[in-house]
Design a protein around this ligand. Structure first.
Ligand code: MN
Length: 427
């Protein structure tokens, strides 16, 4: 008997979903309606069926009941204590030596037989811009001498995104149409986007939230983060370049945003928290409302992020997807707590199931860039692929796959599952 291993063999050494992860999501088994579940190894534990067995009691039962109806909003609203109690009980039931193996085994579905949905109804989606290397790289394309605008190191920059077009991993990405202003033209064109891009981002699921008018103090901000996912903020660069001034991205971003379907809880990520990197010499200190000593000491995240590209030709030739970027959440200039506090400091209400995107997370080195805009320097230098192809921007048939993995000494490694999307031709 080993309490760190599961009796479910596929969970042990699983790249994403060992016993130590237990992410929540919403799925449909074959022919069934959407319901909440927990990823474990190659399977999904059906929380509704488990609840009906009577193996969840007290607060754990309350937590599972709040997941009913195929949306996790009610569960997110309960906050940390409910997540901790449910997690402890699920760990007991799934660990080697559990007394209830037979009953719990009957609550499992093979994940490959299930369809995954968005885990919650998203009221509002906000996309930030906290990847400072991305901000510098993109800024350099437009302002070589002055890549960062003066507000960047004081204000966690963000914009209000579109919740209606959030979709789970696997949803096809229809190439958008729109207005562009090609170089040298005097009038805009209308047609399919010619500079379609991805953005590698961390998604943040909001928990209880705040009443309108009452901000969330930085030392309480963690209580309002339910969990994390991967987010691909698909971007039409040609549409964006023409429309973005003066109010920021609009139709260049709102045609689809893809999410990995599993919510990796704040508790599962606890062992992979780290100190916020000290600000470079000469950078201003955050204003007092954004400063908390404990947050600086342990409020950053150490998550390896990866982007892979699978083209139509690779698929035809049986080639594997090619990794085109490797990055890490440590490149975030602001912590997640600082984002929560800043977002609510004016009295803006955050609600359970609201979603934040971190902004594109790029490292400083080549090979660490979380968008083609950066990899190809605005489309000027084509990316050469092992298949013999090259890319400046995405082509129809291209599939972008985001992955994330947490590794720390003495800890069982966990992953996020995939966030995939394949480009299909414009309508
Ligand atoms: Mn973005």
């Amino acid at each position: 008997m080993n309490p760190h291993h599961s009796w479910l063999a596929s969970a042990n050494d699983h790249a994403d979903f060992p016993l130590q992860n237990l992410p929540l999501g919403v799925f449909s088994p074959q022919g069934g309606r959407p319901r909440a579940g927990v990823a474990i190894g190659d399977s999904i534990l059906d929380l509704e069926v488990l609840l009906a067995t009577g193996l969840l009691q007290g607060e754990a039962a309350t937590a599972a009941l709040a997941c009913e109806g195929g949306q996790l909003n009610g569960f997110f609203a309960l906050g940390r204590q409910a997540r901790v109690v449910l997690r402890e009980r699920l760990t007991q039931l799934l660990a080697q030596g559990s007394d209830n193996v037979g009953v719990v085994r009957d609550c499992l579905h093979l994940a490959s037989d299930c369809e995954l949905h968005l885990p919650a109804r998203v009221g509002d989606y906000t996309d930030f811009y906290v990847g400072i290397e991305h901000a510098k790289n993109v800024g350099k394309l437009f302002r070589p001498d002055n890549p960062l605008l003066p507000n960047y190191k004081y204000v966690p920059i963000g914009y209000h995104g579109r919740a209606s077009t959030l979709r789970p991993s696997g949803t096809p990405v229809r190439r958008p149409k729109g207005q562009t202003m090609p170089a040298g033209h005097k009038e805009p064109n209308f047609g399919p986007c010619a500079r379609l891009d991805f953005e590698l981002e961390l998604g943040i699921w909001i928990g209880p939230g705040n009443a309108m008018g009452e901000g969330i103090a930085i030392d309480r901000a963690d209580e309002h983060v339910a969990g994390y996912c991967l987010l691909n903020d698909w971007s039409a660069r040609d549409i964006q370049a023409w429309e973005y001034q003066p109010l920021g991205p609009f139709l260049s971003k709102s045609f689809i945003t893809s999410l990995s379907p599993w919510v990796v809880t704040a508790e599962a990520l606890e062992p992979f928290r780290c100190a916020q990197a000290p600000r470079p010499e000469g950078d201003p200190q955050p204003l007092p409302y954004l400063w908390d000593a404990r947050d600086q000491k342990s409020g950053a995240l150490d998550i390896e992020l990866e982007v892979l590209l699978l083209t139509e030709r690779m698929r035809e030739q049986g080639l594997p997807a090619e990794r085109i970027a490797l990055s890490n959440t440590r490149s975030m200039y602001w912590t997640v707590a600082q984002l929560v506090t800043h977002h609510s400091v004016n009295g803006c209400q955050l609600q359970p199931g609201d979603l934040f995107g971190s902004g594109t997370l790029s490292g400083a080195q080549p090979g660490q860039h979380g968008s083609l805009l950066e990899i190809t320097h605005g489309g000027k230098e084509a990316l050469a692929l092992a298949s013999g192809e090259s890319r400046r921007f995405l082509e129809d048939g291209d599939e972008v796959i985001l992955r994330a993995r947490c590794v720390a000494p003495g800890q069982v490694s966990i992953g996020f599952g995939e966030c995939r999307g394949r480009i299909i031709a414009a309508a």
